[in-house]
Design a protein around this ligand. Structure first.
Ligand SMILES: [Zn+2]
Length: 139
């Protein structure tokens, strides 16, 4: 895929001090906030599912043998680890929002170019632009 040449900004150091337009920052903020709300809804749903399933497991545990108990424990651990991973993603997005306010978010750690808004929306924890990411993966 041919990629247009990066706009060259002579002499600019790859640090997080460059500025984005306010409109762009707002776009990122909106995308992050939307993602956070989405994840929170997902988390709430997962929690109520866990509660529901746990209730079913408890009321339905008469006559369980050890294997049943083991399966139930395993299922419960799976659910909890799912909930935890959602929680972790929420934390990531919240941290991203904080860093966005400080101006330290959304810049490629390797080349210092701004990471496209669309990429940040899809991967709030992205720290590399697509080009650098591909370079990393090729190694
Ligand atoms: Zn880069």
């Amino acid at each position: 895929m041919a990629k247009p040449a990066e706009t060259r900004t002579a002499g600019r150091k790859p640090v997080a001090k460059a500025t984005r337009s306010a409109a762009e920052t707002e776009k990122i903020r909106a995308a992050l906030a939307a993602r956070r709300d989405e994840l929170r809804a997902e988390y709430d749903q997962t929690l109520s599912e866990i509660t529901e399933l746990q209730r079913e497991r408890l009321t339905d545990s008469a006559g369980d043998d050890q294997a049943d108990t083991g399966t139930k424990t395993f299922e419960r651990e799976q659910e909890i680890s799912l909930a935890n991973s959602i929680l972790e993603r929420i934390t990531q997005v919240e941290r991203a929002l904080e860093r966005l306010d400080e101006g330290g978010y959304g810049w490629c750690e390797r080349c210092g170019n701004p990471i496209p808004v669309e990429r940040l929306a899809a991967f709030p924890s992205a720290t590399l632009c697509v080009t650098c990411k591909q370079l990393e993966e090729r190694r």
